[in-house]
Design a binder for this molecule. Structure first.
Ligand SMILES: C[S@@+](CC[C@H](N)C(=O)[O-])C[C@H]1O[C@@H](n2cnc3c(N)ncnc32)[C@H](O)[C@@H]1O
Length: 230
């Protein structure tokens, strides 16, 4: 992310949001796309198939950036209130304008996903998309604990990310590790080695209520998801 997520150069700056939305590799590859393949995959290749009767009243997307993968939840669950949180102020201003311009209602706020100001059991669905590999292991543990705290009984947590090392052949794992060292992805390798089921159990989820699986995205790539129900 050129300039980093948290850059803010002027009052009411939105530049970091515009750079993420229009300038990073996913946008350059396909400028006309809404860049929502991760949200669409979680919803249509997992949630709607495994939980066809699930009708969440409140949904939270952690580390939402410009909300590209938050918006599919607005369409998929039209009766739900959808929330997006991120640390980055300039990005959140942009996210709000982007959602409004697309006619979608999302409550965006600047919050740390490790410790939000939402009351216990506020949400029926807590999700994130490619957040985990951006944060250090202690923060991942906190995000899982916070997800558990925020879920109402019967609620579902889904954290999506790129495949873990055990899903990769040796060559791809080597190239991916090289990326973490030389392309500003300092936390990626540690996250890929982590036992996320164990982290979820430490956070309060019981083993019987945890799923980790790979999903095929429509762009040919694969998503890793860790799912916990409370
Ligand atoms: C790779 S981006 C996520 C992309 C986004 N979810 C999407 O699907 O387009 C990582 C985001 O996580 C945010 N972030 C990092 N640590 C965070 C934290 N502790 N709490 C909330 N957001 C965080 C960053 O500011 C950044 O916007």
């Amino acid at each position: 992310m050129p300039g980093g997520y948290n850059s803010e150069y002027t009052q009411d700056d939105v530049a970091a949001g515009a750079i993420y939305d229009l300038g990073v590799y996913t946008a350059i590859r396909n400028p006309k796309s809404l860049r929502d393949v991760r949200g669409q995959t979680v919803i249509h290749k997992f949630l709607k198939q495994q939980y066809p009767n699930f009708q969440p009243g409140k949904i939270l997307d952690m580390g939402c950036t410009v909300g590209a993968n938050t918006l599919p939840y607005v369409d998929a669950y039209p009766n739900a209130e959808v929330y997006g949180i991120d640390l980055a102020p300039a990005i959140l201003r942009y996210s709000h304008a982007r959602a409004e311009s697309l006619g979608k209602r999302v409550h965006f706020s600047q919050q740390n996903a490790e410790k939000t100001n939402f009351p216990d059991e506020s949400f029926d669905l807590v999700v994130s998309h490619i957040l985990l590999h951006e944060i250090p292991v202690p923060a991942i543990r906190n995000v899982f604990r916070e997800s558990y705290r925020l879920l109402a009984p019967g609620g579902i947590m889904i954290h999506q990310d790129a495949r873990l090392f055990r899903h990769l052949d040796l060559y791809t794992a080597f190239i991916s590790d090289e990326e973490t060292t030389n392309n500003n992805e300092p936390f990626w390798s540690a996250m890929r080695d982590l036992d996320l089921v164990a982290v979820a159990r430490e956070a309060g989820f019981s083993r019987d209520n945890l799923i980790n699986t790979l999903l095929e995205q429509s762009n040919g790539m694969q998503s890793f998801i860790i799912v916990g129900t409370k």
